[in-house]
Ligand binder design. Structure first.
Ligand code: ADP
Ligand code: TRP
Length: 344
């Protein structure tokens, strides 16, 4: 959805923004620029619910200690990025049982064929052939449940999640059609220029938490030197022209650096090209690295302060779970009733 429609959206009654992030690793620059920055902006204007999607992350094998640690870390990072836990509902997915309960109901309103067409399922089952579990297959149904439970209007995500939001809409329409209006149809919310931040080592692939190559991904808690080093090593091409060529696959590396530069400086592509005309890739890479390091510094400092106060974080998690559960439970009850499940 284009930025200009934000004002029009505000004029309507208060809408609801909802999204989630998996605690499979520390969030990275793609998560931040592609999704989480929008979470903060939308939370200032709308009712917002954001959660750590720990149930989704167990579709891949995770060390229990790492899952616990990364759930805590991702939760604290949300607050450090500027989500106010008093204003918005921030919670851990598994602490609200309605997600799993609605997921079972909606599994029965989702077709095998439509789940087989999901690109993320195809990618992940190819990548992890030893563990193609049923959860990986029905992952989009859990995601649909996450969204539909809260009657969300907007779902701020990166471009890779678009197909999952479409299937959530399809499931909602099918259910509403079979009974009567039960679930609101959600809309994805993207910022086009940052919807897909690419890997720094293989710029035709998206930046991802699970990349084995440590230079490919900039994590939001990386220190300044590491961030600059990763950008210095970013793969570009053999020319030396700092200009954006959307359709040219050979230019994916420099295109990506320009997108990050524009996101950090709020400059347009044309302004950036003009500013860097005649200059080399080497200086540009350092400049992008420094901007990212400076931009993340405040978040890192707040993260250090907040993560030291375990009691405060734990009270935020509890409050968030209670507030989320009370909304979610209402929708779950409504769906159970419509289906005809006996109300005891
Ligand atoms: P990952 O795919 O790296 O494991 P998640 O699946 O937890 O990350 O994604 C959290 C949010 O970040 C989602 O909205 C997703 O669309 C977005 N996202 C993930 N990778 C990128 C990227 N490289 N560029 C832009 N947004 C991204
Ligand atoms: N599937 C999302 C991802 O991998 C995470 C997620 C789970 C999510 N449930 C959600 C995002 C609901 C938005 C809304 O990035």
């Amino acid at each position: 959805m284009p930025e200009q429609t934000l004002q029009a959206m505000q004029k309507e009654q208060k809408k609801r923004s909802l999204s989630g992030i998996q605690p499979t690793n520390t969030p990275h620059l793609g998560n931040y620029l592609g999704a989480m920055k929008n979470w903060v902006t939308l939370a200032e204007k709308f009712d917002a619910l954001y959660f750590i999607a720990d149930l989704h992350s167990i579709t891949l094998r995770m060390e229990p200690a790492a899952l616990r640690k990364q759930t805590f870390e991702s939760f604290v990072l949300l607050l450090a990025m500027g989500i106010d836990p008093e204003k918005s509902v921030v919670f851990v997915q598994s602490s609200v049982s309605a997600h799993s309960e609605l997921c079972w109901l909606l599994n029965c309103y989702t077709q095998y064929g439509e789940l087989s067409r999901m690109t993320q399922f195809k990618d992940k089952s190819q990548k992890y052939p030893e563990n193609i579990n049923a959860g990986l297959f029905t992952y989009p149904v859990l995601m649909a449940s996450d969204i539909l439970l809260y009657q969300a209007d907007f779902v701020p995500v990166g471009a890779d999640q678009k197909q999952h939001i479409e299937i959530a809409r399809d499931i909602a329409m099918r259910f509403n059609g079979a009974y009567s209006e039960t679930f609101k149809l959600p809309e994805p919310y993207f910022t086009k220029s940052t919807a897909k931040i690419m890997s720094l080592s293989e710029p035709l692939k998206k930046m991802s938490k699970s990349d084995q190559n440590l230079n490919a991904t900039v994590f939001v808690l990386d220190d300044r030197d590491t961030i600059i080093k990763k950008f210095k090593r970013a793969v570009t091409d053999s020319e030396a022209d700092i200009s954006y060529h959307e359709e040219d696959k050979g230019k994916a590396g420099i295109n990506n650096l320009i997108s990050v530069y524009c996101a950090m400086t709020k400059k347009t592509v044309a302004e950036t090209e003009h500013e860097w005309q005649g200059k080399g890739y080497g200086d540009f890479k350092i400049a992008v690295g420094e901007l990212v390091a400076d931009g993340l510094k405040g978040i890192q400092q707040r993260y250090q302060e907040l993560s030291a106060d375990k009691e405060y974080i734990s009270s935020c998690m509890k409050k968030g779970a209670e507030r989320a559960a009370s909304i979610a439970h209402r929708t779950l009850k409504k769906a159970q009733k419509k289906i005809g499940l006996f109300q005891v």
